[in-house]
Design a protein around this ligand. Structure first.
Ligand SMILES: [Zn+2]
Length: 211
């Protein structure tokens, strides 16, 4: 099974986690607030409880820090922390969006010391690799690995048991392209990679149905 842990486009039911802003009754999905103001509506926390309790809601995300955003940094940190508390409360893993914000994210991780797994999605910042690995965070690699030679070198250092793959919002490649590239870099068979990532998925995204 080719599992895509983060995509903005619905391609295969139940083999991917769709980034969505509503409850998905047919697809696994993640829901989160990033690059936006946290809604002031007093009914919003009730809505969130419903979303997170849904059987198909597998993760809170993408959430995090984005220094290219127009939202001020303190507000972003507060929004991020609220959702980390929700992740702990609802026992849902986190899909991290990080643009130049790893220090802030790491600070929140040290402060809250969460039990839920965190997955750094669309990882490309090779200079952060050791810090991300040391923090216990999973790493999700996207389609950039197909052409980014520096990232290809660093992928060799990512332990298979800490790895996920995704296509995010790229329509030029399929998840199979990412799997094939990684299998070739790691010098393992496609089946071995599929088996390991399936194991990672069911152990991290606990609401994923074992099939
Ligand atoms: Zn995304």
């Amino acid at each position: 099974m080719l599992i895509n842990i983060h995509t903005h486009f619905n391609q295969n039911n139940k083999q991917e986690i769709l980034q969505s802003d509503k409850i998905e009754n047919e697809n696994y999905f993640s829901f989160g607030i990033v690059n936006k103001t946290y809604p002031d509506d007093p009914a919003f926390p009730l809505f969130l409880d419903q979303v997170y309790a849904h059987k198909n809601c597998l993760a809170i995300g993408e959430i995090g820090i984005d220094k290219n955003s127009t939202i001020n940094l303190n507000e972003q940190i507060q929004t991020f922390k609220k959702q980390i508390f929700d992740s702990e409360k609802h026992q849902l893993p986190v899909i991290l969006h990080c643009v130049k914000g790893w220090n802030e994210i790491l600070h929140v991780k040290k402060e809250i010391n969460p039990n839920q797994p965190w997955v750094f999605h669309g990882f490309r910042k090779t200079n952060l690799l050791n810090s991300v690995i040391d923090s216990g965070t999973f790493i999700s690699i996207g389609t950039a690995v197909i052409w980014d030679e520096k990232l290809q070198e660093y992928v060799k250092k990512i332990p298979l048991e800490r790895l996920f793959l995704e296509t995010d919002n790229d329509t030029n490649y399929k998840i199979l392209d990412v799997y094939e590239k990684i299998a070739s870099i790691k010098n393992i068979s496609l089946q071995t990679l599929e088996d390991q990532l399936y194991f990672n998925t069911i152990n991290t995204f606990k609401k994923w149905e074992i099939g």
